[in-house]
Design a protein around this ligand. Sequence first.
Ligand SMILES: Cc1cc2nc3c(=O)[nH]c(=O)nc-3n(C[C@H](O)[C@H](O)[C@H](O)COP(=O)(O)O)c2cc1C
Length: 327
Amino acid sequence: MSHLLCVAPMMDVTDRHCRFFHRLLAPNSRLYTEMITANAVLKGNTAKLLEFDSRESPVALQLGGSDPKLLAIASRIGSEMGYEEINLNCGCPSKRVVSGNFGASLMQSPNLVADCVKSMIDSSANLVTVKHRLAIDENEDYGFTHKFVQTVESAGCRVFIVHARNAFLGGLSPKKNRVVPPVKMHYVKQLKKDFPNCSFIANGGLSSVGKCMDVLNLKGSIKKSESIDGVMLGREAISNPWILVELEKVLFSSNSNLPSYPGSIVENLQRYFETQVNVGLKPTQITRNWLHLFKNYRGSKIWRHSLTSGMSPVEAYKKANFLPFAG
Ligand SMILES: Cc1cc2nc3c(=O)[nH]c(=O)nc-3n(C[C@H](O)[C@H](O)[C@H](O)COP(=O)(O)O)c2cc1C
């Protein structure tokens, strides 16, 4: 499956319940886990951390770390668990991550990233990809981004997910780091021109179908060879998940299984919900990222409040007085 439509890795958001939900909305998309450190994969409760439902596939496991040996072992475990892609995080600007010398701070050490990527590729049969920023702090030099990609490409990486902003390592919180540094999609386009044999996925502020189509340079559905290879949506997929259905419609021709209305996935969500409750999970833990399914529909607030008070999807649907289920 291609990277044409991806949903971003988001800590405390893109857990397996969220991915199951996104998969129903976007059958052709590529989904990412939250960042999991290589250390946690090796020393934590690996089965619990990495478990996922095969109906979520294809899923990419995003790893955090900067030790080539640990990353190699974590990648092998990830591919044995059934993940289709292993992604290395070179974009997280949080203090904890930066003080551990990984995430966005890795942009300053392209040779180390190349070593990490090489050992990840050597240890697993999976596609290994990198998600990165453009540069660090006030560095506006495209040459820096180019050099980073060139170095990592020489280690065998062929797919780059570019959060098209700088990361400010001192002073800006992760939240501000997703808003304050300006988005520079033209850098991603330039990377595609300079490295035509690599795939580049654009990320950052893609909050409408129109913006995605623009960045993909799509007129109708004809994709030009020099165009970038995909879009990755983060926050919009959470606050307005129906955009995934809209993007599926315009980006893929094989989309006959798409839901026609948010209510058409509720019974499916209910079945999933029941199996998870039966193994002991709290209802709100399962549904916390399903809250905005009915954004802009009358009854949406009742749906949200009902789920956050622990109701099942079908109960919340009925309480909100949405259309009756068909059939
Ligand atoms: C709550 C939250 C958690 C995030 N966690 C991660 C993460 O674990 N790994 C990562 O690479 N990026 C993470 N990000 C960044 C997103 O993957 C994405 O790059 C960023 O939000 C920009 O895309 P957007 O403008 O479409 O939201 C996170 C973003 C948010 C909002």
